[in-house]
Design a protein around this ligand. Structure first.
Ligand code: GPU
Length: 833
């Protein structure tokens, strides 16, 4: 409903229109006002959490003022918008980011000090917004930051889960999952109870012939669930743009259905219906790189796609343009196949509700969508069983069949003598039950398909999507290598390094043009600069050491080499390789003489990450890490030479402490399995070196920073298939060093050996799918080179500075500009007019 105030009455509005604080004084006034009124507290009962809430509310006011202006500006200029559809947005904390992006952190620091608080303690009160599993969700969050910073008119669309990713606790070495209820007094969201969409499920399709003889499809019956919008403001860095992230929450439709039941005295069943509706947005599925085909997940996907598309179409229709202009106004990016139903839903809207012809509609659809693939792992590729889709979304299944029919007809025309290709590329897999292959549907319904790093995009073209390259030609497939936002991952996480760089480069411009970092190379030999650089790393390691002591009780020596692997626990990411390497190091140390030990570089191995609750092998790996930690850390004979730390409940805010503190970090996936990886970029940007395989973006990082600045090891992607094949036919030799590690485990050195039998037999008996044994020797040898290199601190420092200087490519600003140019065809808005 439009409720615009007529021009003659706008004077009073203009006079009293909200304005943003610009000084410490004004901030204090806002803060005290919020604490005393909004929060109903006072100076007699204002704890740190109330100080956090008040500060957040003061900044939220600022954001919403800019948010309003941005939306107004974008409506007036009426140009093409981008919609980023993602089931995950791993945002982390918002307050520090808001302070830095609007450029008022100093006002806040001083203001809070005046009122009796330390800004760091206040910031630490915030609960992470953890609506994601890992890299895919964090990438979406970095994209939002870059899109706002670059002034693109862009919206994120997601689900407002009541429970984000679970909180991980370690009990007796085992992972235990605790629900993450995070919504209580979350100041960063604005409920829009007036923005709702009714979403239909189940029911049946009636095919009716209209007067002209045309068949009209009408989807009837079933149940209705209501989607309610919650908006989260996304401030750009150093710009007026504040974009919107719209998250949908499910609730029972207020339709007559409930009332009838209620009036009939069936109160309990009315309440049960309500709860069933609310279940849709209740919980984030905690799987990373794994799809399990659960009906509720499909419901989530349709609920979110349908609500978002309805919103987008509603906005488009307000402009009164012809449908043919839709792709000139709207670009929709699919973050993996999770939102693929949006393709079908738009086609349904256009033909069933708006009366367009099939071809005209399909032309609009394919011009509108772009699809990003994030993995080649078969277990992560979504397939939905046909009976499931038939039951939940009967009309959509018909449309999918029609899309498939027309597609296969065109393939047949192109390859008339190839019968095989039709079954290979069919959207419907002819299995029992039949399955809908979502990636194929996403390719067919989009005009561009991209992978997330060069190797990954090449693998897509040469393996998974090979037939589609033959069908559509190579132009539909492209690469856009991932990045990270330097605002959060350098400026916010490592303020000292950001300040030092700014001092050297004469300002903070590098934060919005990261390629400017290359000027740092001029100072690699600058003595004072090097000393400051090294000192900052030491301070960051101290901060992490303190954190480790507070959270684990273990004392680690900050002069040791800090070796970090933090990411989701997965066999393909090979935390097992890491911990076997640690055990090998421990055994080696134990066998050394006192003289030999004097030459050893002391090391702290830090590992963190969550395992999917149903991923038993990943949980076994966590268990082993914790058992090794317990044995090694209490071994007085070894002392500081080796410490093993498992970081509990790894999340975005912990990553902000960990990334700046690493000397070396591990990105050691089996070659050809990691889409891109993005923590590799965060670590190098913070002056850490990396050890890694030739996989994902490691390859491009190497190309940028130079081979001499990275520790690469292991088999290449092109050799993996052959090695697996050979193992399968019994050609497998356990690496002798690894054999010793297994002997130690089997001998009970880390508790009951039975606990780890399956982990060992997956390698020794079952073909070593992830090539842990094949890469083991290369891995430990390369770690030996890391130790040697660390002894020469001068050279290490040069590598660190040079690497940071060459990381300009890995900003999500570059990534977003590439998407905008080659997929979305959108321009940034001029915000200075
Ligand atoms: N990724 Br599929 C996830 O985090 N979760 C998933 O379910 C899938 C992919 C990751 C890739 O594993 C990682 O290599 C990549 O850097 C990231 O997406 C962002 O593209």
């Amino acid at each position: 409903v439009e409720a615009s105030i007529p021009e003659p009455l706008r004077e009073a509005w203009r006079k009293h229109s909200a304005s943003e604080f610009k000084t410490k004084e004004e901030f204090e006034k806002e803060l005290v006002r919020h604490i005393e009124t909004t929060l109903a507290r006072s100076l007699y009962n204002c704890d740190e959490h109330a100080a956090y809430s008040g500060t957040a509310l003061a900044f939220r006011d600022r954001l919403i003022i800019e948010w309003n202006r941005t939306q107004q500006r974008q409506t007036l200029t009426d140009q093409k918008r981008v919609y980023y559809l993602s089931l995950e947005f791993l945002m982390g904390r918002a307050l520090d980011n808001a302070m830095l992006n609007v450029g008022q952190k100093d006002s806040a620091r001083e203001g809070l000090k005046d009122l009796g608080f330390r800004i760091e303690d206040v910031i630490n009160q915030e609960h992470d917004a953890a609506l994601g599993n890992g890299g895919l969700g964090r990438l979406a969050a970095c994209f939002l930051d870059s899109m706002a910073t670059l002034n693109y008119p862009a919206w994120g669309y997601g689900l407002r889960y009541r429970y984000g990713i679970f909180k991980q606790e370690i009990v007796d070495g085992y992972q235990v999952e605790i629900p993450d209820y995070w919504l209580d007094n979350n100041p960063w969201e604005f409920p829009r109870h007036e923005i709702t969409v009714d979403i239909q499920f189940y029911g049946r399709v009636n095919n009716i012939q209209d007067v002209s003889g045309k068949i009209v499809h009408s989807w009837e019956g079933g149940e209705i669930v209501q989607a309610v919008a919650y908006d989260v403001p996304i401030p750009g860095f150093g710009t007026k743009t504040t974009n919107n992230l719209r998250l949908w929450s499910s609730k029972a439709s207020s339709g007559e259905f409930d009332f009838q039941k209620f009036n009939a005295g069936d109160y309990e069943s009315a309440v049960a219906d309500q709860q069933r509706a609310e279940t849709i947005s209740a919980v984030l599925y905690p799987n990373d790189n794994l799809e399990r085909g659960k009906e509720l997940r499909l419901k989530q996907q349709y609920f979110w796609c349908a609500a978002s598309l309805h919103d987008i179409v509603r906005r488009f229709k307000k402009t009164k343009r012809a449908w043919s202009e839709f792709p000139d106004q709207v670009a929709i990016q699919l973050n993996d196949t999770h939102p693929t139903l949006a393709i079908v839903e738009l086609q349904r809207i256009l033909i069933d509700l708006e009366g367009l012809e099939w071809d005209e509609a399909w032309n609009i659809v394919t011009k509108t969508f772009g699809y990003t693939n994030h993995t080649v792992l078969p277990e992560a590729l979504e397939k939905w069983s046909v009976p499931l889709v038939q039951n939940l979304l009967p009309r959509h299944l018909q449309i999918i069949y029609d899309i498939n029919l027309y597609f296969l007809q065109s393939v047949e025309k192109k390859f008339p003598n190839d019968r095989e290709i039709l079954s290979r590329v069919s959207i419907i897999e002819e299995s029992h039950p039949k399955m809908v292959r979502m990636a194929y549907l996403a390719i067919i319904g989009s005009h561009k398909v991209n992978g997330v790093a060069e190797l990954h995009s090449d693998l897509l073209k040469s393996t998974l999507f090979k037939d589609f390259v033959a069908i559509y030609g190579p132009d539909r497939f492209m690469n856009v290598t991932n990045g990270v936002t330097p605002r959060r991952w350098l400026h916010q996480a490592n303020p000292a390094l950001s300040a030092l760089i700014a001092k050297k480069l004469g300002g903070h411009e590098f934060l919005t043009d990261l390629t400017l970092l290359d000027n740092l190379e001029n100072f690699v030999d600058d003595k004072e600069f090097r000393a400051e650089w090294s000192n900052i790393k030491t301070q960051n390691k101290l901060r992490l050491a303190n954190f480790i002591q507070q959270t684990t009780g273990y004392k680690v020596n900050p002069t040791s080499l800090f070796d970090v692997q933090v990411k989701r626990i997965h066999e393909y990411k090979r935390q097992q390789l890491n911990i076997f390497g640690v055990i090998h190091r421990y055994l080696t140390l134990k066998a050394m003489s006192a003289e030999e030990r004097k030459k050893v570089v002391p090391r702290v191995s830090i590992i963190g990450g969550k395992a999917a609750p149903g991923y038993w092998m990943a949980k076994t790996i966590i268990h082993l890490i914790n058992k090794v930690s317990a044995v090694v850390n209490q071994d007085a004979d070894i002392g500081d030479l080796l410490k093993v730390i498992f970081i509990e409940d790894y999340n975005v805010s912990k990553a902000e402490i960990i990334c700046p503190a690493s000397d070396i970090s591990e990105h050691i996936s089996t070659a050809g399995t990691e889409g891109s990886g993005t923590s590799n970029m965060k670590f190098v940007m913070n002056g850490g070196l990396i050890i890694g395989t030739c996989d994902g973006a490691n390859i491009e990082i190497t190309r940028e920073i130079g081979e001499q600045n990275i520790f690469l090891f292991g088999n290449l992607a092109e050799d993996v298939e052959d090695l697996r094949h050979r193992h399968f036919y019994g050609d497998f030799q356990l690496d002798p060093h690894l054999a010793k590690v297994f002997e130690a485990i089997k001998g009970g050195m880390f508790g009951d050996a039975k606990n780890f039998e399956a982990l060992i037999s997956s390698i020794v008996e079952h073909g070593d799918y992830y090539l842990v044994s094949d890469d083991f020797n290369s891995y430990i040898t390369t770690h030996g080179m890391v130790d040697e290199a660390f002894k020469n601190q001068d050279e290490w420092l040069a590598k660190s500075i040079t690497s940071v200087a060459r990381m300009g490519f890995f900003s999500t600003d570059r990534v977003i500009n590439e998407y905008a140019d080659s997929i979305w065809n959108v321009e940034p808005l001029n915000v200075n007019e």
